[in-house]
Design a protein around this ligand. Structure first.
Ligand code: UDP
Ligand code: MG
Length: 327
């Protein structure tokens, strides 16, 4: 059987950032799960500028197994961009996005696929519990998903990461979404289609440590909000109006008190407090507006999303984001 001519049944896209210890086990478990779904599958690893031996391990695998492909970035571009690069190049009829640290169990893939066969174009894996993550991360993640849900006008499923199976169709449309500030789970929710879920419990990280620092997490959260909601801007406007209205009332009272009651209001404290309050509100407002403008700026530069250093994928499928955009 010539694997290259048959349609590929399943692609698995795996972002990899400093995961050298986990790669052997990751490969074994992915291979088993993918084979169960389709003998004609591909495992596509995106090495996101790892500083360890991850690339070497991936290259070794690709020499042993012709269904293993890798993309090596020129530097660390971040998790969402790594997944995007994989989605830009994968060829399967169904595509699974899964973390490379085995926190998402590969054994769930056949279950996701079963739902796909039932006709769902998006099957996401929902975390029933998060094992071994800090209370801080659990609380902030929960809070973030709830806030995001209130701010957006469409349904972003709660407590899901990017671990999911999506249909070729969904991949096709994702390739046409050009934003630099990726928030894939939001984009996929925005696209619609029939969506379903499978529950799983998220495991502890066995090897290595999280590649998501607090500042990366914060930026990711801001990307999610600014890409899918204008409500913070509306809030700022409303806040501005409310405060202006309140200060107008105070000014009127001051006039009344000075001219009618003949009492001039004294007080340094009230003056300082109110001007500091207004100053704070203004800075926050400018900050929020700045977040949006910064993103407009990034997108207007029109840079490629990522730079590929090496890959064992064929030239023909070398469509970069720009090319797939103009299609
Ligand atoms: N990752 C990546 N680039 C990064 C950070 C993480 O490709 O800059 C990968 C990482 O190898 C893993 C996945 O993204 O496969 C999820 O990252 P991580 O486990 O660090 O996030 P967490 O599970 O702590 O949210
Ligand atoms: Mg993880």
């Amino acid at each position: 059987m010539a694997p290259n001519n048959d349609p590929i049944g399943l692609s698995v896209v795996v972002p990899v950032y400093n995961e050298e210890e986990v790669i052997p086990e990751l490969y074994e478990r992915l291979k088993k799960a993918a084979t169960q779904v389709s003998a004609n599958h591909e495992l596509l690893f995106v090495n996101d500028g790892s500083g360890d031996a991850s690339l070497m391990k991936l290259q070794e695998l690709s020499q042993r197994d012709s269904r293993v492909f890798y993309i090596n970035f020129s530097r660390n571009f971040g998790h969402q961009i790594a997944v995007t690069a994989g989605l830009d190049r994968c060829r399967g009829k169904a595509v699974v996005i899964i973390d490379g640290d085995l926190q998402d169990p590969p054994e769930l893939i056949p279950e996701l696929h079963k739902k796909h066969l039932e006709g769902y174009e998006v099957v996401y894996a929902r975390r029933a519990e998060r094992d071994g993550e800090s209370t801080f991360k659990k609380i902030t993640a929960k809070l973030f998903y709830r806030i995001l849900r209130r701010l957006t006008s469409f349904d972003i499923p709660l407590d899901t990461g990017d671990f999911r199976l999506i249909d070729q169709k969904v991949v096709h449309y994702l390739r046409q979404m050009p934003e630099q500030n990726k928030f894939l789970r939001g984009q996929i929710a925005w696209l619609g289609f029939r969506q379903s879920e499978v529950l799983f419990s998220r495991e502890k990280r066995k090897y290595g440590k999280t590649g998501y620092s607090f500042s990366k997490m914060l930026r990711f959260a801001m990307d999610g909000i600014t890409s899918f909601s204008d409500k913070p801007l509306q809030l700022v406007t409303r806040l501005g109006f409310t405060i202006s209205f309140l200060s107008l009332l105070i000014i009127l009272y001051a006039f009344y008190s000075h001219f009618i009651l003949d009492k001039t209001i004294t007080g340094w404290t009230s003056l300082i407090i109110s001007s500091m309050f207004i100053g704070g509100v203004q800075l926050i407002s400018i900050g929020i507006i700045g977040e949006y403008i910064g993103r407009i700026n990034q997108n207007s530069r029109n840079r490629p999303l990522y730079i590929i250093d090496k890959t064992n994928l064929e030239k023909e499928v070398n469509t970069d984001t720009k090319q797939s955009l103009s299609r």
